[in-house]
Design a protein around this ligand. Structure first.
Ligand SMILES: [Zn+2]
Length: 296
């Protein structure tokens, strides 16, 4: 029965993913992401502009059965379509499942209004992070509207967390669990969420002003502030560290393979977002492993 629910969630998520694809494809720099005029109307092939029938809009299925080609013009379709549908479907399954386990909701009573509210906000955050990743890769920018949406959801996440903080297990106000004590002077939810935003903002503003991070733009700084409000401190610190490790490794591989030169720019948001996602799912394990290296 649970499996059926998860499957339904996945299918629903994949359908949402096809909408995420539409938003990402139709976004033009300088305009609003949520431009309803642009988002309405049936989907068309991006190459021949032919309006797509419902059979061409089924997640995965259409892509596979059409052999990765448009049925009309035979143009090869981007892997972005099924990939984003798959990631979105996974978000709808993995995020609620992870939070349910993390907060031990199967064993302890947590006010369901705030708990499922929290889960819903996190699903939205992951969807927006997915959208930002695609747009930054395609256009080298992070739309303001998406950062504002993240910031607003961040406030809602802090409110929900604050409401359940007395019902959850000790130290579960942070994804880094007891290791938060090493990096944060307080366990207060609001203190940590505001600190996450402030530290993220100061760090990237510093980088931009120093002119070091040539790849960094104000969009990245705003993303750090908004996501800091979402993820809080000390997760923000670990995320920034991970972002530079992943980004550095990725850039080195591209340089070695001669796919890019030192002058080329790389979008930074995907690395920062990878840092957030890894901190959430594996942050506590990473710090545990790291301290283990020193026999702690
Ligand atoms: Zn076509």
């Amino acid at each position: 029965m649970l499996l059926l629910y998860l499957l339904l969630l996945f299918v629903f998520g994949a359908i949402v993913g096809s909408f995420v694809n539409v938003v990402a494809w139709r976004y033009k720099p300088g305009s609003s992401v949520f431009n309803l005029k642009k988002l309405s109307g049936r989907s068309r092939c991006p190459y021949c502009n032919k309006q797509l029938s419902w059979i061409e809009l089924v997640p995965f299925f259409s892509f596979m059965i059409q052999n990765r080609k448009c049925r009309t013009c035979k143009h090869r379709l981007s892997w972005q379509y099924p990939l984003v549908e798959f990631l979105s479907g996974s978000i709808f399954v993995v995020v609620p499942w992870f939070l349910y386990r993390f907060y031990n909701a199967q064993h302890i009573w947590i006010d369901p209004r705030f708990f499922w509210g929290l889960v819903t906000f996190w699903v939205l955050v992951f969807l927006i992070w997915l959208l930002i990743t695609i747009i930054d890769i395609r256009h080298y920018l992070v739309p303001n509207g998406l950062n504002v949406a993240l910031g607003v959801i961040g406030v809602f996440i802090a409110v929900s967390k604050n409401a359940i903080v007395d019902m959850i297990l000790p130290f579960h106000n942070s994804f880094l669990r007891q290791y938060q004590l090493i990096l944060s002077p307080s366990q207060d939810v609001w203190f940590n969420h505001i600190t996450g935003a402030v530290v993220g903002g100061l760090f990237f503003t510093g980088l931009i002003l120093l002119g070091r991070g040539r790849a960094m733009g104000w969009g990245d700084a705003k993303l750090a502030v908004a996501s800091g409000l979402v993820i809080g401190w000390p997760e923000m610190g670990l995320s920034i560290l991970l972002a530079f490790v992943i980004g550095g490794a990725f850039a080195s591989v591209l340089l070695v393979l001669k796919k890019k030169s030192m002058k080329d720019k790389l979008p930074f948001a995907p690395f920062l977002i990878s840092g957030f996602v890894i901190s959430i799912f594996f942050g506590a394990s990473i710090i545990q492993w790291y301290l283990g290296l020193f026999g702690v």
